[in-house]
Write a protein that binds this ligand. Sequence first.
Ligand code: GLU
Length: 488
Amino acid sequence: MSVITRFAPSPTGMLHIGGARTALFNLLYAKHHRGRFLLRIEDTDLKRSTPEAVQAILDGLDWLGITPDDPPIFQAARAERHIQCAEEMIARGKAFRCYATPEELQARRDAGDAARKAAKADGISEEDRARQLAVANEKLAAYRSPWRDPATAPRDKAPYTVRLRAPDAGEVAIADKVQGTVTVDASEIDDLILLRADGTPTYMLAVVVDDHDMGVTHIIRGDDHLRNALRQVPIYQAMGWPVPEFAHIPLIHGPDGAKLSKRHGALGTLAYRDLGYLPEAVCNYLMRLGWSHGDEEIFSMDEAAAVFGLDAIGKAPSRIDFDKLSAINGHYIRTIDESRLYDALMVELAKTGEVRPEAASNIAKALPLMRDRGDTLPELAGAFSFLLAARPLEMNKKARKALRAEGLDRLALVRDHVSKIDRWAENELKLTLQAICNETALSMGQIGPPLRAALTGGLPAPDIDQVMAWLGREETIARIEDQIPTDV
Ligand code: GLU
């Protein structure tokens, strides 16, 4: 049997970071088994599903490199098939038309609530209390419709829903690959609605029919769907279909252990792109969130797929750890292809303003030596700001101090020497600075600070001869001259 997995998001907003992890686990599981990974857009909630949200899901998956093996399937377009299955279940006696009105159902619940309240009242006899409790239990129990009995006469010309005839007795069980065996007594399962009174299929029906028709063998999804699985199993059985394997993975929590929410940080997948993380890093981080393989932290998609298994998914919710994400991002910043990093850095730099072509070429020169200067793209971009700064540079306090009085004289001296250099290269520049020290009584500690101040404005930067080499002759001399009053 070849493995088929799927990711089935509802397009009602961004691609949640937890959803991205679910998609990733499905992809890795399918890849591990050389199976297929499919995408199904569950757009049946027409009021809340938007084309923008569909696009956000596609963009989020695309950014992470989570590519389905087929074009996406749209659930709403399959309504006729869902209806056909419901009718088949009616024909087989597994489902029925239920004429209970919403008012009647509400009245039942209200009666249950009232009886429960009455049972708690002071001063009633034990007998009355028991009677009220029995009523409450009956009214609040899983709904079993009178029309499940074929002998109950239909209501003429009345609207109806189509309900599944829930199993009469026994247990419904799933052997969940993460949660273990989970069972529920059949009496806890209601005659769930398959088709609403307006004829539209419910989510429960659509999910089962689609998963079956897509040939899904393994359903890997958030454990908030565990209870749904127990209600979906009877639908498979009613259709006479094999029940797929389930793996319900614990949700992602924030660093404080509470369910992940906005106050913990970004929720949408593309927000991580906008925060300056690399997709390789986010992918790597997500796969390790709830799944482990020894102590290993760094996995490419293929490496993870080679060893991925559901048995190594933890039962406890995993906590998102932004420091760890940054550390993993730092690993990828240091190791990905240089031209990829350059492109990503340029996108980051463009967020704060236009990058002049000269600055862009200086960055390309500096990148190999500077790429370890940040774990995230904004950090790295910050490390390059001395190259990007537009003339005349803004001087910070320390730089201004270095450019006082004799500092300026020394700067002028350096200008005079370096402007005569034939070959503008790091080594020549270094030798020239040394020559100045040899010819004058000055030390590097005296000529370095004003020069560094003029060239960087006081921003952090590597060796000064290296900085001059990257800036080039023209920009170096111009930055120096910007600081020297014309009469010096
Ligand atoms: N559409 C559901 C959701 O976004 C998932 C359904 C499923 O995975 O079975 O929560």
